[in-house]
Design a protein around this ligand. Sequence first.
Ligand code: F6R
Length: 251
Amino acid sequence: MSIKVTVSPTKEQAVKAVAAEIAALIRARAAEGKEAILGLATGSTPVVLYKELIRLHKEEGLSFKNVTTFNLDEYYGLPGTHDQSYRYFMNTELFDHVDIDKNKTHVPNGMVPQEQVAEACAKYDADIKAAGGVDIQILGIGRTGHIGFNEPPCGPETRTHQVKLDELTIKDNARLFFHGKIEEVPTSAVTMGVGTILDAKKVILLAWGENKADIIKRSVKDAPSEMCPASWLQQHPDTEFVLDTAAASKL
Ligand code: F6R
């Protein structure tokens, strides 16, 4: 199966259609009295999408009252109140600005005692299933080819689990976040597995900028492999890569 690729001149233009698709899903489900289930990502990439969703809420009356969310991942060892935790990120970048019920927003718990992590991960997968499965999963991509925090090597069957972070990811995240301090970046995380992600009905991977161009090319063009976890998306029946011109420049 080949991945559908949509290229726009800028990320601001690129996310318009994605936000419109999410809004259409939410409104269609609301009309049926049902929930829309969104899978969400953190990092620098989706911020522009969340800005557009907030605009749709404030200016066009899009309500998030019938929305349930499941985030991809969380650093292990950071409480949700820590300003670098993904729970904190989601609250400040999206949830605090729309009318979503926070009780229906799920982020893996990074503070579970080590001996209970496996059980908490299994429950996260079970909760996604019980909610009816993810309708639209938003992804970014790391320069290692990771989706969620599934670093290479990673097969397509993995479920929510604890992972050790790759050196390159720790470096990239210290550069952008953690006040630039590498020693403050946690060394492990809890993440949905590639198999969990592949269960979503639709997957939309966003990528901006030239420094993502190589890994985008590998993910779309090379045979699926454990060395590039994003390449497993080629086996998903409804995956779209939404790119700006720079991220698409090597395709
Ligand atoms: C975040 C996540 C990661 C990021 C990836 C890209 O929830 O799962 O896979 O999407 O590390 O990060 P940015 O967007 O900062 O380049």
